[in-house]
Design a binder for this molecule. Structure first.
Ligand SMILES: Cc1cc2nc3c(=O)[nH]c(=O)nc-3n(C[C@H](O)[C@H](O)[C@H](O)COP(=O)(O)OP(=O)(O)OC[C@H]3O[C@@H](n4cnc5c(N)ncnc54)[C@H](O)[C@@H]3O)c2cc1C
Length: 417
């Protein structure tokens, strides 16, 4: 008897895979196993509208309550998978509470865990990371008990939390180890603009900072010690220094792992059978297969989790389509809405459209004459135009992009080569 598909991880990628499988006519059993006991929910609002109280836990859910039952998708929540074993053509997933979920096909969609700061005092109370709804609840509650928030890591999550804290009347300091903030995702011009914008609104941001430890009293953090010996006072600390893909279970199965579970363009791991989707997967670059700068990549975004899972469903259905997509991402930092399209790796030239002083502009990244991607600040129309054009393979030369005409119009004049 077939035992269908078990998906480890009931979040953005896992739920999408289950949904796409059902929509594609997959009629075997689908079980979503997740260690968390919440019904599957979205993570992006955790550092945005959930933290500020605009959205509550109910507003985070992906689907209506009856969706899973109606679509015959079993939610096995509340106990993490701790072991996976092959049995015959399939296998069995075992959870910490002793349950067993036999499968014919297995997918990993178990995401990534926050990177920890390994310095003295890191286990003091009042030091938070932010990956799931429970983290966000704890952080939100702690905001009420402090006036002084220190964020370690000037990435998207760190900056979103920083703006949120500022808007709630806190003194906010962001400490970044690298020379510039959000440096992994955006080019220098965008980093610099965000640095100045946040400093102007009152957030202290220090770059090139080394954290050497935490100070505390009665078990609670009181300060962050820096490499130069100085101590920044802290009522609470939020550590947002990136994530590590959860690969331990894949390793148990002997699957190839290198910064994520290594998969091919059909989302198949090294055994040619198991799938991996979302933040946990190390995928062939879906945007530019010829990209010398980055032939493989691990994308941490909602868009990637959804799109890769959709393509992966075609693999299971027996009509495999190679995963291709124009990556995109957004970050809301107060009234500043950043939207990014494409990937800027290997760019050698930028072009700025719009008005940086008016907080409304787009930075276009070029390699030679080829448009690679863009960062759009408070410019949704430019973002949409660029994202759609990149998807259609339309490329606007830097000279043409200098025109003051709207990008939508400029792209409509481009003939696809
Ligand atoms: C605070 C925050 C803000 C974000 N903001 C944005 C944004 O603005 N835009 C954007 O594009 N992206 C954003 N992201 C990233 C986005 O949410 C992730 O890329 C996306 O959630 C990845 O989906 P996933 O399903 O691959 O992994 P995850 O969402 O991490 O889900 C993995 C799931 O696996 C479960 N799991 C882990 N281990 C086990 C186990 N052993 N057994 C069973 N279950 C397990 C976890 O409980 C979790 O539910 C944000 C992320 C966070 C945390």
């Amino acid at each position: 008897m077939s035992t269908g598909m078990v998906i480890i991880g009931a979040s953005q990628a896992g739920v999408q895979l289950a949904t796409s499988l059902r929509e594609g006519g997959y009629d075997e059993r689908i079980t979503l196993v997740d260690g968390a006991s919440h019904e599957p929910y979205q993570r992006p609002p955790l550092s945005k509208d959930f933290l500020s109280g605009v959205v509550d836990a109910e507003g985070l859910r992906f689907r209506e309550r009856d969706y899973y039952e109606t679509n015959n998708i079993v939610l096995a929540l509340g106990s993490p998978a701790v072991k996976v074993e092959r049995v015959g053509d399939g296998g069995v997933v075992m959870t910490a509470d002793g349950r067993e979920y036999p499968y014919r096909r297995l997918a990993f969609a178990n995401g990534a865990a926050p990177r920890k700061l390994e310095v003295p005092g890191a286990d003091l109370d009042g030091i938070f990371s932010l990956r799931d709804a429970d983290d966000a609840e704890r952080l939100k509650a702690s905001f009420q008990r402090t006036d002084n928030v220190v964020i370690i890591g000037g990435g998207f999550i760190g900056l979103e939390v920083a703006v949120n804290a500022l808007q709630q009347g806190k003194t906010v300091t962001v400490l970044e180890a690298a020379p510039r903030i959000i440096g992994r995702a955006v080019g220098e011009e965008t980093s610099e603009w965000f640095l100045q914008a946040h400093r102007k609104r009152g957030i202290r941001i220090d770059t090139d900072v080394q954290i050497t430890g935490f100070h505390g009293e009665q078990g609670h953090v009181t300060g962050v010690e820096l490499g130069d010996g100085s101590v920044i006072p802290a009522g609470i600390v939020v550590v947002g220094i990136g994530v590590i893909p959860r690969t331990e279970l894949a390793e148990q199965l002997g699957l190839e792992v290198a910064n994520g579970i290594v998969v091919d363009e059909y989302s198949l791991a090294s055994d040619g059978q198991t799938l991996a989707v979302g933040d946990v997967a190390n995928i062939p670059n879906p945007y530019d297969r010829t990209a010398e700068a980055m032939p493989r990549i691990r994308l941490e975004s909602v868009n990637n989790a959804i799109e890769q899972a959709r393509f992966a469903a075609t693999t299971v259905a027996g009509t495999p389509a190679p995963y291709k997509s124009v990556p995109w991402f957004w970050s809301n930092q107060g009234e500043v809405k950043l939207q990014m399209a494409g990937l800027n790796m290997g760019y050698d030239r930028v072009l700025i459209r719009g008005d940086q002083d008016a907080d409304k502009f787009a930075i276009l990244y070029y390699r030679g004459d080829t448009l690679l991607g863009a960062d759009c600040v408070n410019s949704p129309a430019d973002f949409m135009a660029i994202r759609q054009a990149l998807g259609k393979g339309k490329h606007l030369s830097p000279e043409a992009a200098l025109s003051s005409e709207p990008l939508k119009k400029l792209f409509s004049d481009v003939v696809i080569a």
